[in-house]
Design a protein around this ligand. Structure first.
Ligand code: ADP
Ligand code: MG
Length: 347
C-alpha cells in the first residue's frame, strides 16, 4: 500500500471485450503523482481502449479504477442485471465529477475545424473555469510552448496532422490538470516541435502533474517516462523503468551489420557463423533487406572486444560487410522481444 493511497491513478483488473474479443485483459496500473507512465505496445495491443476506459469515454466491462480519489469502476456483478444504458449513465455521472481534473488528448484529434487554435484553447480554458483575466495569457503561453504561434489565428481545419496533434496536446494541458492522458501526442510531429512538446511535458511532471502516455517512439519513452508497461494482447508483459527493463530483459550489446547487395549467400552464412562463434551468447535476432541485427548477451564481453571483432569482420568479410554499428541494447530491443507475441488477427 503506502504510495498507492496517494497515487494519481490506480486501476485493478480493468477489462474490455468487443463482441467476445478481449481487447484489454485484467490490467492493473498504478501511476504516482508527478510520474509519466508509458503505455507501449504494437497497434491493436489495447492501449487506446485502456485510456478510453480510464477517461470514461468507453464503458468498463469489469474491474475498476480510482482516479484522483474518484471511483470510476463498474462492478460487473452488481450491474449485470441492469441494461448497458445504465452502466453508461454511471460512467457519465462519475465522469462529470472528475473530468475537470483530467486532461485528455485522444488518438483522433477532437477539433472543430472552423475554430482557430486560440479560440479552441480559450473555449477549453472557460470550460475548465479559468478566470477570464488570466485565460488569454495561459492560452498564449501554451501556444508558445507547443510551437503553434505561427498558426494560432488560422482555422485548425487547415492544419497539418502534426499541428493538429500539437493543438490536441495543448487542449489536454489547459488548466494544468493533475492527470493527463495523452494517446500518441507526437504522432506525425516534426523533430523540433517534438522536443518542444517533450520539454512542456517534463515541465508538467516537475510541476507534480501525472501523465499516462502512449507512443511508438522508444526515444520519446526513454526521455519522458519514469516507468513503462509493454502491452501484448491487452495485458502487461513487463513493467518498470526503461533502465530496469533493459537490464532485466536485454543485457548486453547489439551489432548491426549492413551487407553489400553483391554479397553471396555462402559468404553471408559464413559471416553469421563467425559472429555467433566469436561471442558465445550471441545470436541473429532479425534480418531484413541486407541488414543483420545480432544480440550479444554475454555480460563479460567488453567494448574493446566488440570493436576489434567489428574491425576484423570489415577486413575478413570485405566483400560482404558494407557498414557496421555497435551499441548497447535499447528499449526498442526490449519492445521487440515482447511484442513479437502480439496476435494481430482476431481469433
Ligand atoms: N469499438 C470497437 N469495436 C470493436 N473492436 C474494437 C473497438 N475498439 C477497439 N477494438 C479492437 O480492440 C483491439 C485494441 O484496440 P486499441 O485499443 O485501439 O489498440 P491500440 O491503441 O493499442 O492500437 C484491436 O484489435 C481493435 O480492433
Ligand atoms: Mg491506439
Amino acid at each position: 500500500m503506502g504510495e498507492t493511497e496517494t497515487d494519481a491513478l490506480l486501476a485493478v483488473g480493468l477489462s474490455k471485450s468487443f463482441k467476445g474479443f478481449v481487447a484489454v485483459d485484467r490490467l492493473n496500473i498504478g501511476v504516482h503523482r508527478g510520474e509519466c507512465f508509458g503505455l507501449l505496445g504494437v497497434n491493436g495491443a489495447g492501449k487506446t481502449t485502456t485510456i478510453q476506459m480510464l477517461t470514461g469515454a468507453e464503458v468498463i466491462n469489469s474491474g475498476g479504477s480510482c482516479i484522483l480519489g474518484y471511483n470510476l469502476g463498474v462492478n460487473r456483478r452488481k450491474v449485470a442485471t441492469f441494461s448497458f444504458t445504465f452502466s453508461r449513465i454511471m460512467v457519465l455521472r462519475v465522469s462529470l465529477q472528475y473530468l475537470s481534473q483530467v486532461g485528455y488528448c485522444p488518438q483522433v484529434d477532437p477539433l472543430v475545424n472552423v475554430m482557430t487554435a486560440k479560440e479552441t484553447l480559450l473555449m477549453y480554458a472557460r470550460l475548465r473555469g479559468i478566470p477570464e483575466s488570466v485565460a488569454e495569457q495561459h492560452v498564449d503561453s501554451l501556444i508558445d510552448q507547443l510551437g503553434l504561434t505561427e498558426y494560432k489565428d488560422k482555422c485548425c481545419g487547415t492544419y497539418s496532422g502534426g499541428n493538429k496533434r500539437k493543438l490536441s496536446t495543448a487542449i489536454a494541458m489547459v488548466g494544468e490538470p493533475p492527470l493527463l492522458f495523452l494517446d500518441e501526442p507526437t504522432l506525425g510531429v516534426d523533430p523540433v516541435s517534438r522536443r518542444k512538446i517533450w520539454n512542456a511535458l517534463v515541465d508538467c511532471t516537475n510541476n507534480g502533474q501525472s501523465i499516462v502516455l502512449t507512443s511508438h517512439s522508444m526515444e520519446e519513452c526513454e526521455y519522458l517516462c519514469h516507468r513503462v508497461g509493454i502491452m501484448v494482447n491487452g495485458r502487461f508483459r513487463c513493467l518498470g523503468s526503461p533502465q530496469y527493463l533493459k537490464d532485466k530483459y536485454c543485457q548486453g550489446y547489439t551489432i548491426k551489420v549492413k551487407t553489400r547487395m553483391s554479397a553471396s549467400a555462402e559468404k553471408l552464412e559464413e559471416l553469421k557463423a563467425f559472429l555467433v562463434q566469436t561471442f558465445g551468447g550471441s545470436f541473429l535476432r532479425d534480418e531484413y533487406i541486407g541488414r543483420l541485427n545480432f544480440l550479444v548477451e554475454r555480460r563479460d564481453v567488453n567494448w574493446a572486444q566488440l570493436f576489434s571483432t567489428v574491425r576484423e569482420i570489415k577486413t575478413r568479410f570485405e566483400d560482404v560487410v558494407e557498414d557496421s554499428l555497435v551499441g548497447e541494447t535499447s528499449l526498442e530491443d526490449v519492445f521487440l522481444s515482447f511484442t513479437s507475441k502480439q496476435v494481430q488477427q482476431r481469433p
